[in-house]
Design a protein around this ligand. Structure first.
Ligand code: AMP
Length: 398
């Protein structure tokens, strides 16, 4: 079965077409500036040329139509007709407490995703738009929703509740949800394969470190705690997000800057994290360069990040009363040997030993700990699209 995986943003749409026979990527691409003018980058994987041109996209419906046109075109295509696409899998950011697993989309599911809009006001409307656009262009082709929050629905109350009046949870759904669930699920599954043990017998800590970062404690294959919270701003300092800070800072800043909560929250989301501290960049490559040139604030931002990751990992070792494996993934986790090494310097008390040669490898699943390391450390490139495609295939196959 061939499956189209869609990740829809408010003005963008990322896609991959996978052939589930052999789990082969057939094509991938990106629609940008939807609703503004429109640009399509389409990368067939069969040797046909790249398409990288402006295409009018007044709405997501034209974007999906343009994607299908390229997927089936004689010049850029990878399939003969749209009928070869057996199903569509959508990344949906927020499933609230309603969805602990992926689900085939019908009217009730659409209503439930819409109910979660107050929890993810920027993301869920875009996801709904993407689903509706596919329906408009592809008719009755089965569609499946795969939620970023679903994997974390196994967290116990002591991990997901905030110590605030209980009615805010019951009446307004304020709790820790956690995100990056599809990534944490994928890398923990791969880690179990690499360790050669059933996941049910393993305690794992997955560090998804990219532009957004979160850590997840996975005990027996179930998420038992994670660092992002009610929203993705929580937990670690990130590229531009502040991570955990004292909530009273908001009132204090409001009183002293005249900015309201909305403006300040925007600053905490978009101008904080390592960008805010360093004043240099949200990109860890730029911070590495600046720190090497003697920029103290870039050094400080990096140190704060390593320290926060190490503290969170330590907390999760306590939460699970042990750990068998630690996983690094996403842009920073997969590519920055220096970041991994700095974080692991804090973890020698666990008997962790890093093999500097192995830590240099890139782009493949690999152990970076030594043979004798008591806890194994792995780098596993994440593949959220593959998880979405697998879930979609399994659900559609019934
Ligand atoms: P992601 O959100 O997973 O796509 O990760 C994107 C982030 O990964 C970028 O903003 C960079 O900070 C980081 N990144 C990518 N490549 C490297 C690298 N070679 N060294 C350090 N950080 C990197």
């Amino acid at each position: 079965m061939k499956i189209l995986v869609i990740n829809c943003g408010s003005s963008s749409l990322k896609y991959q077409l996978l052939d589930m026979e052999g789990e082969k990527l057939l094509a991938k691409g990106l629609c940008e500036r939807i609703g503004i003018d429109g640009h399509l980058t389409h990368k067939p994987q069969n040797g046909r040329p790249l398409f990288n041109e402006d295409v009018p996209m007044p709405t997501h419906t034209e974007a999906i139509a343009a994607v299908l046109d390229k997927l089936t075109s004689p010049e850029y295509g990878v399939v003969e007709s749209m009928r070869e696409i057996g199903a569509v899998g959508h990344r949906v950011v927020h499933g609230g407490e309603k969805f602990a697993a992926s689900v085939r989309i019908n009217d009730d599911v659409m209503a439930a995703i819409a109910e979660c809009i107050p929890l993810a006001p920027l993301h869920n409307p875009a996801n709904i738009t993407g689903i509706e656009a596919c329906k408009a262009v592809m008719g009755d082709v089965p569609q499946v929703a795969v939620f970023d929050t679903a994997f974390h629905q196994t967290m116990p109350g002591k991990a997901f509740m905030y110590p605030i009046p209980y009615a805010y949870y019951t009446d307004l759904k304020v709790r820790r949800y956690g995100f990056h669930g599809t990534s944490h699920r994928y890398v923990s599954g791969r880690a179990a394969e690499m360790l050669g043990k059933p996941i049910e017998e393993l305690k794992l800590i997955s560090c998804h470190m990219g532009n957004g970062s979160s850590i997840c404690a996975i005990d027996g294959g179930r998420s038992v705690d994670t660092s992002m919270g009610f929203t993705p701003i929580a937990g670690l300092p990130m590229g531009t997000r502040c991570g955990d800070i004292d909530v009273s800072i908001l009132e204090y800043l409001s009183a002293n800057t005249g900015k309201d909560i909305k403006e300040l929250t925007n600053i905490l989301n978009k101008m904080s994290g390592v960008l805010g501290v360093s004043g240099v960049s949200s990109d860890f490559r730029d911070l590495d360069t600046a720190a090497a040139q003697g920029n103290d604030r870039a050094r400080l931002a990096l140190d704060m990040f390593h320290y926060a990751v190490a503290k969170t990992v330590g907390g999760y070792v306590a939460a699970m009363n042990g750990v068998d494996g630690i996983i690094f993934t996403a842009g920073i986790g997969e590519n920055s040997a220096a970041t991994r090494a700095e974080i692991c310097k804090y973890l020698t008390y666990l008997g962790i030993e890093i093999c500097p040669e192995c830590n240099k490898k890139r782009g493949e699943d690999t152990f970076i700990s030594t043979e004798g390391s008591r806890v194994k450390v792995m780098v596993i490139p994440t593949n959220e699209e593959l998880v979405i495609a697998r879930d979609t295939r399994d659900i559609v196959a019934g």
